[in-house]
Design a protein around this ligand. Structure first.
Ligand SMILES: Nc1ncnc2c1ncn2[C@@H]1O[C@H](C[S@+](CC[C@H]([NH3+])C(=O)[O-])CC(=O)[O-])[C@@H](O)[C@H]1O
Length: 318
């Protein structure tokens, strides 16, 4: 899994030849380390050649002209299930993803100016938001995500979209090459609560920003105006890997402690079973299975149901 020419050229122009080669090699070796890589790669190699191009239409990422045999293409793309982030239309095939990621983006976009920005999207999934960010004027988006399936999905999307400065590197934030820094905007959507040490995550996000750059943080919170956090002792909404969930005041306090300027909350929204749901393209359990059937304001473990906040903050100039 090498990077496309546009992605390699962008890296070379940003970090130089030898570091770009190191980044590409780390990406390749992480992708091929997965036991399903050969199977996923075979799908990518069989994708039909179509006219490329992309646009976002009513929140749907539409990539590539309609393929001549849509049923065959749909069958091929099903081999990359579960499709979580979208909605997508690839080569004319509609992929109803688990998440209406366009709804999340609609809550974030009015508050951020990405014009001409180099953006880092941490935990980018299949890179859906990268396209939305390019459409909003970003110059280039570098996503990182350690989940190899999502990298293969990004390859499939890029096959139809054609060359674009929406890179997706197979890496955690912690392992991302140190030369990838000085971003104008760093985004972390849906990642903080998966980290055992939220302060460490915030420090790492700050380190990737240029002085004066903006952080856009989206994460699960709990309701309340007091300074508190929930540390789920076991699962939260069926997920094993959820750690601290703060109130907004506690979250803003974390950002101040991490040395960000002017942290502020611009949105709080309950996640609905319309926004996150099982579909033909993500046929496993989803949010509806994680809520108490008698009281959907609670998770099945008895915690407050998923509530998400969007926070903006700035890395100080000095
Ligand atoms: N250490 C890490 N570094 C980077 N990525 C990580 C790490 N650990 C996990 N991930 C990745 O973070 C993503 C979390 S999902 C949010 C996706 C998108 N942002 C969204 O907002 O829809 C959660 C959700 O669906 O809410 C997954 O793709 C992981 O592989």
């Amino acid at each position: 899994m090498n990077l496309g020419a546009v992605h390699r050229d962008w890296l070379i122009g940003t970090v130089g030849d030898s570091v770009a080669a190191e980044i590409e090699e780390a990406h390749r070796s992480r992708c091929i380390a997965h036991g399903d890589h050969e199977r996923w790669n075979a799908v990518l190699n069989e994708l039909p050649a179509v006219d490329t191009g992309w646009s976002i239409e009513g929140g749907v990422l539409v990539a590539g002209r309609a393929a001549p045999k849509p049923e065959q293409l749909a069958e091929a793309l099903r081999a990359l299930i579960p499709w979580r982030k979208g909605p997508l239309r690839l080569g004319g095939v509609d992929i109803e993803t688990e998440w209406h990621s366009d709804w999340k983006w609609a809550r974030i976009a009015p508050h951020v100016d990405l014009s001409g920005h180099r953006v880092l999207d941490v935990g980018a999934g299949n890179g859906y938001f990268g396209w939305a960010m390019l459409a909003a004027g970003a110059e280039a988006v570098v996503g990182c995500d350690p989940t190899q399936l999502f990298i293969h999905q990004h390859e499939a999307i890029s096959h139809f979209a054609g060359p674009a400065p929406n890179l997706l590197l197979a890496s955690t934030l912690e392992d991302l090459h140190p030369a990838l820094n000085d971003f104008d905007t760093v985004c972390s959507f849906g990642v903080l609560y998966h980290r055992r040490d939220p302060m460490d995550h915030l420090d790492r996000l700050k380190a990737r920003l240029r002085p004066g750059g903006q952080l856009v943080l989206e994460t699960l919170i709990i309701p309340g105006e007091d300074d508190r956090q929930l540390d789920p002792p076991d699962r939260y909404a069926n997920m094993r890997n959820v750690h601290a969930l703060p109130t907004v005041p506690r979250l803003l306090d974390w950002l101040e402690q991490a040395g960000f300027d002017a942290p502020r909350c611009v949105d709080r929204t309950l996640t609905t079973v319309e926004e996150q749901r099982s579909t033909d393209w993500m046929p496993f359990h989803s949010l509806a299975n994680a809520l108490d059937p008698d009281d959907p304001s609670r998770t099945i473990e008895g915690h407050p149901a998923p509530l998400r906040a969007v926070i903006l903050a700035t890395r100080p100039l000095a």
